[in-house]
Design a protein around this ligand. Structure first.
Ligand code: NDP
Ligand code: OXD
Length: 315
């Protein structure tokens, strides 16, 4: 029988075990560490933030699946087995991220945080309103998640630009590519949405120098940052300094340099920062179990695995 080790830190593994039992009676799923199964019997691993050394302990592994779209939590393993690493790509996950992006772009565009503060003071202030077409949203990362969010923002009427490594063609989106075009992209961005993976190339990319290059002539007066990619893309001291200097108008952060965010972080209480607990797009056990099963069945039938990570680029 094919054996899958489930190695999950910080999430409850039980809903995943239950879903696999429902959908794949042919698969033996072991919650790792598992006293009854020998490591050499494990064929596949499904992991979220695996403790160091666990994956290296499976000598006959055929593939590793990430429970999330990001794989930085697995690539940091110093002795990662040399087998295909597959990331999560799933319509349900993509839709959840697009919901998050649209929600927070609209919150910024409609100045909802200011209206909330007015309401708390019973203050009937009529604030100016712009059409979506007056707002330029720039998306860093035009992969599975960035592309879908871009398309949905286009439908809402925003001007949408995007930036990625390689050139892209997306209806209604002006696409910029590579380091040479980054400054041009930033210069036409009022609301910056970051959906990049964390790699050596993107580490700390959301810093004060980058914020200073964003447009300061948009309707909001100062640019807004929305980061749902990874916390290590951002320099939190720079976000705070840029907010205080007026180089950033507001920030919505779903991810943090260290998670969970420390209770004494000034980000929690900053009037122009929205904090969400890394829940922009949760991986749904039902949807993701079907995805992983489909991939295992492909692999067992001798077909190619899909969405295999390029170890060179790190995503
Ligand atoms: P993809 O791999 O599909 O897309 C990544 C995009 O980033 C691509 O467009 C790629 O360019 C671009 N990119 C990567 N490196 C660079 C670089 N150095 N310069 C410019 N562009 C770059 O990933 P997904 O869209 O599926 O996911 C993106 C990230 O979102 C994940 O890695 C994860 O960190 C995060 N995430 C966060 C969640 C949350 O709840 N907060 C949930 C799910 C994911 P190109 O297309 O040219 O290769
Ligand atoms: C992911 C995440 O990478 O939830 O999917 O962060």
């Amino acid at each position: 029988m094919t054996k899958l080790a489930l190695i999950i830190s910080r999430w409850d593994p039980d809903p995943w075990i239950k879903r696999f039992a429902e959908h794949a009676p042919e698969l033996e799923v072991c919650k790792w560490p598992d006293g009854d199964t020998a490591p050499e019997d494990i064929d596949y691993a499904l992991a979220w933030q695996p403790p160091e050394g666990v994956l290296a302990g499976f000598p006959n592994l055929k593939a590793i699946f990430s429970l999330g779209a990001g794989v930085d939590h697995i690539l940091q393993e110093p002795q990662l087995p040399n087998v295909p690493l597959v990331r999560a790509v799933d319509a349900d996950l993509t839709m959840r991220m697009s919901e998050y992006v649209c929600l927070h772009v609209l919150m910024a565009h409609r100045q909802q945080r200011l209206l909330d503060a007015d309401q708390a003071k019973a203050d009937w202030t009529e604030r100016p309103q712009w059409s979506a077409s007056a707002m330029r949203v720039g998306i860093m990362g035009l992969g599975e998640l960035g592309r879908d969010a871009a398309e949905k923002l286009v439908h809402l009427g925003f001007q949408v630009n995007g930036w990625s490594n390689s050139a892209k063609q997306i209806d209604g989106v002006r696409a910029y590519a590579g380091g040479d075009q980054l400054d041009a992209f930033l210069g036409v961005t009022d609301i910056l949405v970051c959906l990049l993976p964390h790699t050596p190339d993107t580490h700390g990319i959301l810093n004060r120098d980058l914020f200073s290059k964003l447009s300061h002539t948009g309707p909001l007066g100062a640019p807004v940052l929305i980061n749902a990619g990874r916390g290590k893309l951002q320099v939190e001291a720079d976000i705070l300094a840029s907010l205080d200097a007026g180089e950033l108008g507001a920030a919505t952060l779903d991810v943090f340099e260290t998670e969970p965010l420390a209770s004494d972080s000034p980000l929690w209480h900053h009037a122009r920062v929205t904090v969400t607990p890394h829940n922009a797009a949760d991986s749904d056990p039902g949807a993701l179990c079907k995805y992983v099963l489909g991939q295992i069945r492909r692999h067992e039938a001798g077909e190619e695995l899909l969405n295999v990570v390029n170890r060179q680029t790190g995503y």
